[in-house]
Structures are given as C-alpha cells and as structure tokens.
Design a protein around this ligand. Sequence first.
Ligand code: G6P
Length: 615
Amino acid sequence: MCGIVGYVGKSAATPILIEGLRKLEYRGYDSAGIVTQSDHSLNVRKTVGRIANLQDLLAHEPLEGSIGISHTRWATHGAVNRENAHPHFDQSGRLALVHNGVIENYQKLRDELIEKGEIFYSQTDTEVVAHLIGRIFEKNGKRDRAGLIEAIRHALRQVIGTYGIAVIHADVPGVIIGARHGSPLVLGIGNGEHFLASDVSAIVPHTHDVVYLNDYDIVSLQEEGFEIDTLAGSGADYRISKVEFTAADISKGDYPHYMLKEIFEQPNSVRDAMRGRLSVEEATAKLGGLEMSNSELRSVERLVFSGCGTALHAGMVGEYLVESLAHIPTECEFASEFRYRNLPMTRDTLVFVITQSGETADTLAALRESRRKGHRTLGICNNVASSIARESDGGVYMHAGPEIGVAATKSFTAQLVIMNLLALLLGRIHHLSHADGLRMISELEKLPDLVAKTLEVNEQVRRIACKYARAKSFLFLGRQFNYPVAVEAALKLKETSYIAASGHPSAELKHGIIALVSPEVPSFFIAPEDAVFEKNLSNIEEVKARQGPVVAIGTEGNKSLARIADDVILIPEAPDYLTPILAVIPLQMLAYHTAVELGCDVDKPRNLAKSVTVE
Ligand code: G6P
C-alpha cells in the first residue's frame, strides 16, 4: 500500500529510485513521483499511472542529483491525479515528503494550517505532514540536519495515524530523514551509499545489509553514514540483518508474469514450508517458533485463526483441519472484524494471525487486540522482518520466498502446509496415534511431487480458461476441506480478471444460488474422491439438469465425473486433508489464464495492492 524508495550516495539517484519503485509497484500503482536534490534545489517529476509512465517522462525530462526520494501510490485520500501524487511539499516548496499510511486527524490539522495561511495543492492526508514539518523548520530557524530532525519529531507528535515517511530539504543537502509508525521502512547500508524503502526488495539489488526500522524510529541517511534514534530521542535499539534472498529471487526469470512463476514455484515452496518440521521419531510436527511446550499446547481449549483475503481462506481450511484431526474447537475470523465482533474467548484460547506480508493493517489490528486481551497470539507469516512477525508472541514462518504477484498463490499453499503441520502437532498431543502421525508424515512428504504433477494440467486449464473467459460470472463449489478453496478460487478470478465470481459449499446451491445457474454461467466443482464425493456428484447433476456448464476438478482415475461434467481436470490422489493444496492449483491457473486471455494486468490488477497497510 504505497511504496517509498530513497537513495543517497555517489551514483545518479533516478535509475536507482525508478528500479526500486518497480520492485514496490505491487504496493500500489495509481501514480508515481520522484524528487531529487541538486545544487541546493529540489526537482520533481510526477505522473499518473504506472512507474513506466514516470520513466517515460524522465526520459524526456531527466533529473540530476545523487540523492532523492520517490513514491508509488495506492490512493486513499484524494482522487488519482497528478496533484495528489507524491512527493508533497511544504509552503516554502523547499521540503519534499513521501508517505505510506493514513493520517487520521489530517482534516483538523489541515483546517488549522489553512487558518494560519498555508495553501494546499492536493486532497491528500499526506500534504499536511509536509506543511507541518516545514512550518516548524522555518520557525525554528535551524537550517541543518539537526533542525530538520527536530522539526520532524515535533510535527509527528501532532499526527494521529500511520506513517512511513521520507523527507528531504533543499537547505539540508545530502540528507534523507525517514520515520515510521505502523508502516514499514527498511534502511539499506551500502558502501558510500544508503537506501530507504518500504520493502527490502527495492534494496536487495544494491546491498544485503539492512536495518528493519521499528515503530517510532527516526533515521537519517547520508552518503557516508546513518543514524537511528527514536522519535522520543531515547536511543533506538536496532540490529543490522542480512537479507536472505537475492535479486534473482525477485525477478520474473523466463516467465511472462510473476503470478505464473509463483504458481510453478509451488513444489519448492510447499517443500520449504515443511522442511525440518517433520519428526518421524515422534510421529509429529515440530514448530519450535510457537515457543510452547506440549503441556501448554495441551491446555489450549480453542483456536482462532484470523487474516484477510487469501490468508483468511487458509485459516478457513485450518478450521476444518484442526477440528477434524485434533478435535479442538476452531474458528476463523475476518481480521477486519476481529475487534468489532468482540469474540468471547476463554482464557485458554490460542490465536493465530495469518499473513503473507505481515503488514496488513487489519491483521495487525487483530493481533494487537488479541494480545491486549491477554491471549497468546502467534503469527503465520512469510515476511520474516514484518511488523506482525515482530509483534506476535511467536509463530511459524512460511518460507515461501518473495511473492510479488498481487494475487497470492504460493503463500496460500504454504499456509495450508502449515495448517496441516499444526493439525498434526495438536492431533498428536490429543488423540492421533503414533501410527496415524507416521501416516500423515508420509503423505506430507509426498506432497511436493504431487504438486509438481498437478502443474502438468496447465495447458488444459489454459484451454478451459479461453473457453469460459467471456462468461459474465462464475460459480465455484466445494465441500468440507474444499469449500474454502471454492471461495479462494472465486477471489483469484475476481482479483485478476474482474469477473463476478463466488464460492460456496456445494450443498448451499439449492438454497438460493442455483437461481444463478444458466448456460452462460460456468460452475467449477472441486470434487476429489473424498468423503463427500458422492454428495458433490449429486450437486453437479443439479446444475447439469439446469443446463449449467460444469468443470469438475477430480481425482486421477475417476470415471464418473467425465460422464456428467463438460470438462474434468484431474489432480493426483491424496488424503482428503491434503486435497485443497492440489485442487487450488488448477484454479490459480484458471484465474491466471483468464486474465491473460482478457488482456488484464495479471500481476498488478486494477484497484488492488498486495500489502494493504491501511484499514
Ligand atoms: C490484500 C491482497 C490479497 C491478500 C490480502 C492479505 O487484500 O490484495 O491478495 O490476500 O491482502 O494479505 P497478507 O499479506 O496479510 O496475507
């Protein structure tokens, strides 16, 4: 949700900033802007739309300077236009600021500033922060780095909301100041150059030494060094970390889109999610990051999963898994509703928040609310250095590697693997026998190969996608473990192809949804040979009886589906609890190929952002 990149060093700033913004484009792509400092002045370029537009503009109107800050926007306050694109300036026009987050009291601050004579040029919440800092800076009269830091500190005390900001001032040459509260910021430490970004992917082509800033940190970067303190001035506690992944990990490689690359990475990401976590000796899963003994886990009476979007759907599968394998009452709750629903939770309720990015504002709010109530709250995260990873009481990393495509794919299957590990661990503490545990381990170990085998349906799914791409809506239906997969499939299609789609338990069809069935509306049934296969078959018959086209996802070797469905996509045989991991793959492919067929921007769908850091 908005991306920030800053650079100070000896090289030309513009190419580094543009390249960095490209890496952060998944965070928003409504507009983009860049400001560099040279000869005691600031020079700015802004465009509406993708980074490519800004790059085109810079080709005609280049910017000099070896220091600058830049931004890619996902609009919250104010329309998508040039005026609202960052950077924003103070009244003097000598201070520029880029911001990720939401300033909740911006209207009040703006009214006060207007009363004092300040003139605003945008409808954004961000511009008030630039004016506020600039005003204090001018008033204090200390036109140096310390003066700028002081002004930022002072201004941010008046701000309510979330921010990751980067600031430069024409009168303070060679200095970038960054500060954060609620929105991520990472400092990159190079040799005679420093970087600031919302996400490490913008920094990793240049250096692997980074500092993940904490909330209320303020950092100042110069060519030759950096300083980190807290906004209160109490001295920051920071650590230099090594980034594990390389620039190659975040490139598209030979794939036309990140989404396709990430779908095809799933044999590895599924393997990595369970690597070192299966103990044959004890016939259980080892999840050391939970930091809970078996007796503590045994006293857990209830589990709550919470997350947004795809992560929520993984929690929904988790609900079925934990209840059926471990017999522990489990609930899955929208993170965005967690606080407002005020879920009654007994003392021994364990809460898990699930999130790829670890930065989703709604999920972070759920985590904080759960901890505030005194519940042990664990994170299932992909992004190791994220706010949620750091604020939770422990948890499990997905190890899925960087996921760049906005539509989540490999993070979902990694989350499902972790749900299985959790169910195995809790199951073994309760009623699962040693033999049951060993059986489940052996099935899990086969999974990466089964995922690889499932990828072979890609060409068939592409043809099916082309056949139905122009349908005006889609239905996805599944039962038990695969009901959440139906919901996830509908989300994928909506996200990438902008087609109305919904996912339901197959049996719900007859309670209203069946009214939608017609020759123009394809129904996709997830119907592997599991405990509910026969039931699914009856529901397919109901759709066919009403001339609805049916595509079924079934188990290899199955004959009965081919007799009634128009198309059948076969996935390898697996135990019921693992079928979601396999069944979702053709549905991810369906969303991908439909989007390609319709000419949609697969990796950057309209109106979306991968990391939603506002409520
Ligand atoms: C956004 C994205 C979704 C994603 C959700 C949760 O809404 O568009 O694709 O599933 O956030 O993201 P998280 O990073 O918390 O898993």
